[in-house]
Write a protein that binds this ligand. Structure first.
Ligand SMILES: Nc1nc2c(c(=O)[nH]1)N[C@H]1C(S)=C(S)[C@@H](COP(=O)(O)OP(=O)(O)OC[C@H]3O[C@@H](n4cnc5c(=O)[nH]c(N)nc54)[C@H](O)[C@@H]3O)O[C@H]1N2
Ligand SMILES: Nc1nc2c(c(=O)[nH]1)N[C@H]1C(S)=C(S)[C@@H](COP(=O)(O)OP(=O)(O)OC[C@H]3O[C@@H](n4cnc5c(=O)[nH]c(N)nc54)[C@H](O)[C@@H]3O)O[C@H]1N2
Ligand code: SF4
Ligand SMILES: [Mo]
Length: 710
């Protein structure tokens, strides 16, 4: 029997799994002593072996010569030659920036790093961005601007030690299930849990306070908390004076947001606003945790910034059991965004426009800084309109399924069809891959080797299964880019024999950068040493808790924010009276490309509309019946009603895991982007109409009843 320890392929907790391989097959259990899951796994983790023999898994490259032909299996050489030849000819005809690269937080650190290098050196394009733009970019912008680094300030050990936990727009119980262990630990030790979510999730049910806020109004709530903290004389003046800048201006702005006024916007009573503000301020150890629920709005950056103001004004940061934790979503949502996949960043979270950072990367890559293209013109969701305008002619998608997960599905589909060339690199034949000219399988669970940086900014080793048990013919992603680079006359930049060599080059590239990985080693990561970045030569064991003495600015001080909160882009009205909010189910994952085909997980249906019983009754909608959901642009989807008490009466919820013809992003327009480039994924307004009226059914039942009585 052999045993492999590797992380679960799904969320950013990266719980360790133990795969026991015997001649009879494989078995999966939790990894003992895992720092987050303590040896347990959620249902997705337990089902993860099903990713290996997934019905949509591809084992050989697929190719077609025209879009009207079906994709057929081909040799690696033919597929790689075809990709290189098409990209070379598009670059010659339209210039390098006509090729765009769409990366992912599902990739290892080494793949993320190589993808950025490949785009900028082998293709020479400035257009690279990734699906984390849809995920962590609003939180990242707020944290970098106010605290200095794009990283949660604290770890799960701090959550366990907290006395008050303020959890905003996060459905931990379904989206990060093993995190519930830390919450439960804190609760058992007397912590007060405050949850802000329009829905009563399992987390909300277990909380001391559940604020079922009106969607899109969190930013206002946070400002009312600041107002209330100042009014109740609960400002931590020592902290504010010694460790921050900009308090006076911020406090002046807070005057506009009295709990009374804000209660009208949010639906939360002034008394509750005052109570939770007091609790957060007076408790010795308070923490803020947040998910996408407040971030994926046009004013998501403003909302996160306002909550960080709450943390700073109360001085609840830099000590055990305090701080702010943006709950990263994807497996490598953290590392994925640090290593050069963002349109505006080079590896190490280095701003691409900064000459010193360009110089540092140019040195590691052995090129002139001029060779590194400038910042991209487009973020991930802007790629698709750019394709329609003719600015982008070829797209390379690596580890994402934008046909389902980017806003405005029909527009994305139209754009993808307009491309001269689409290549997808993914072990699964996703809906996006099905539209491609060439599909190349690489990486993924059981195959990928390297490292991932988890929700705590802790670097974890990723190991492949032994060769006789993993899918045949499996390639690492970097091998694909290396082979393509050879064909694009850039072999000299990709001389690697092993993944370790990439890790070591990546370490050099991050040395002295904001996200600094330089002080650890491949051996120590592979032997399971706990390491949270920054890991420098001076702090080789890393930094679990940030900002104990100074924030990451040259003067060491955090910055208060005066960004003004704003409403959701679309407001309910008589024609579209319901908020539609979107998010996750416990059994499925993101676009559903993996979980909709996994025998254990596919038992949980997708395409469901969660609706309150009173609303359902008013609209004559019965449980399990089809409902037409129409947005203000006149686009409709038919979904199946699931009646539940656990949602506001003016709000319905749909997951993002539906199959293509029911994809929720048919209803989410591209709309104005946030300051971070994030679309307003969480929200739109809709009208609802039953396709099968409850009253018709009731009439029939009454007739039968009458018959029996007579
Ligand atoms: N099971 C499962 N787990 C996952 C994933 C998955 O697809 N499935 N995906 C992973 C990824 S990539 C991510 S980013 C994370 C996401 O993790 P979360 O952010 O926790 O999950 P979501 O369901 O997207 O949104 C969280 C909550 O926001 C609420 N919400 C909607 N609008 C508002 C609002 O205006 N204000 C507030 N306060 N709340 C609001 C929704 O009701 C929902 O319960 O999960 C990760 N883990
Ligand atoms: N309306 C609405 N839309 C949303 C959201 C929402 O809440 N509401 N959430 C947004 C968020 S937070 C996110 S993160 C996105 C996620 O949505 P997508 O970007 O579509 O992500 P996934 O569906 O997780 O697809 C990841 C793919 O990566 C592949 N993969 C895994 N490992 C590897 C590897 O090692 N190598 C390669 N090459 N491929 C690999 C998997 O097989 C899978 O097909 O969706 C966004 N869209
Ligand atoms: S909590 Fe996340 S990482 Fe842990 S087992 Fe579940 S899906 Fe996997
Ligand atoms: Mo995400």
């Amino acid at each position: 029997m052999s045993i492999v320890y590797t992380p679960c392929p799904f969320c950013a907790l990266q719980c360790g799994v133990t795969i026991k391989q015997t001649t009879k097959g494989q078995r999966i259990v939790g990894k003992p002593h895992d720092p987050i899951s303590e040896g347990h796994l959620c249902r997705k983790g337990l089902a993860s072996l099903e990713v290996l023999n997934h019905t949509q898994r591809i084992e050989a490259p697929l190719l077609r010569s025209t879009r009207t032909q079906p994709l057929t299996a081909t040799s690696w050489t033919t597929a790689l030659d075809a990709v290189a030849e098409r990209l070379r000819s598009i670059k010659k005809n339209w210039g390098p920036d006509s090729i765009a690269v769409y990366g992912s937080g599902a990739l290892t650190n080494e793949t993320a790093y190589i993808l950025g290098k490949f785009a900028r050196l082998a293709l020479g394009t400035r257009e690279i961005d990734y699906n984390g733009r849809f995920c962590m970019s609003s939180a990242a912008k707020a944290y970098v601007t106010m605290l200095g680094l794009d990283r949660p300030t604290s770890t799960f050990e701090d959550i366990r030690q907290a006395e008050t936990l303020l959890i905003v727009g996060s459905n931990l119980s379904d989206a990060h299930p093993m995190a519930m262990r830390a919450i439960q630990h804190a609760k058992t030790h007397g912590a007060t849990i405050i949850v802000i979510d329009p829905r009563r999730t399992r987390l909300a049910k277990s909380a001391d306070y559940h604020l079922a806020i009106r969607p899109g109004t969190d930013g206002f709530l946070a400002w009312a908390m600041i107002h209330s903290i100042i009014q109740q004389n609960l400002v931590n003046h020592d902290f504010v004076t010694n460790r921050t800048l900009g308090f006076e201006e911020m406090a002046k702005q807070a005057r506009h947001y009295s709990p009374h006024v804000v209660s009208l916007l949010t639906g939360i009573s002034p008394k509750i606003i005052e109570t939770i503000s007091r609790l957060f301020a007076v408790s010795t150890r308070s923490m803020l945790l947040h998910g996408r629920g407040m971030e994926q709005y046009q004013h998501g950056v403003e909302a996160v910034s306002a909550f960080l103001n709450v943390v700073l004004v109360t001085g609840q940061i830099g000590r055990p059991g305090t701080g702010a934790v943006m709950l990263t979503g994807q497996a490598n949502g953290q590392g994925g965004r640090e290593l050069g996949q963002k349109s505006d960043q080079l590896p190490g979270s280095r701003p691409i426009t900064d000459p010193i950072h360009r110089q540092a990367i140019a040195r590691v890559w052995g090129v002139d800084p001029q060779t590194i293209p400038p910042a991209g013109r487009f973020t991930a969701s802007e790629f698709f309109p750019a394709i329609d305008r003719g600015d982008i002619k070829a797209l390379m998608v690596v580890g994402a399924n934008p046909l389902l997960s980017a806003p405005d599905t029909s527009a994305v589909r139209h754009a993808v069809k307009n491309l001269e060339f689409l290549v997808v690199i993914d072990p699964i034949l996703t809906e996006t891959a099905q539209e491609a000219d060439v599909v190349i399988p690489a990486g993924g669970f059981g195959v990928a080797e390297g490292t991932i940086t988890n929700v705590e900014a802790r670097i974890v080793p990723v190991l492949p299964l032994s060769s006789h048990l993993r899918p045949v013919n499996a390639w690492q992603d970097w091998q694909v880019f290396q082979e393509l680079a050879k064909r694009l006359d850039s072999a000299q930049y990709f001389p690697y024999q092993t993944t370790r060599e990439i890790f070591e080059e990546m370490q050099k590239a991050t040395e002295g950068a904001p996200s600094d990985y330089s002080g650890t080693s491949w051996e120590s990561i592979m032997s399971g040493q706990i390491a949270h970045w920054p890991i420098t030569k001076d702090s080789p064991l890393g930094t679990p808790r940030l900002y104990e003495t100074a924030f990451a600015f040259s003067d060491g001080r955090a910055r208060f924010s005066t960004l003004v909160p704003g409403p959701a882009t679309e407001l309910t009205n008589s024609e579209y009276p319901f908020h539609l909010i979107t998010g996750r189910l416990g059994a499925h994952y993101n676009s559903g490309a993996q979980t909709r085909f996994m025998p254990t997980l596919k038992k949980t249906p997708t395409s469901t509309l969660f609706i309150h019983p009173k609303t359902a009754r008013q609209l004559a909608i019965s449980d399990g019946s089809p409902v037409r959901v129409t947005n203000s642009h006149g686009t409709s989807l038919t979904l199946t009603a699931h009646i539940t008490q656990d949602i506001r009466q003016d709000t319905v919820f749909v997951s993002m895991h539906n199959e293509l013809d029911k994809a929720i992003n048919h209803l989410i327009p591209l709309g104005p982007l946030s300051l971070s480039g994030m679309p307003e994924f969480k929200h739109t307004v809709v009208s609802l109409s039953p396709l099968q009226s409850l009253y018709e059914e009731v009439t029939v039942v009454e007739e039968v009843d009458l018959g029996i009585t007579l």
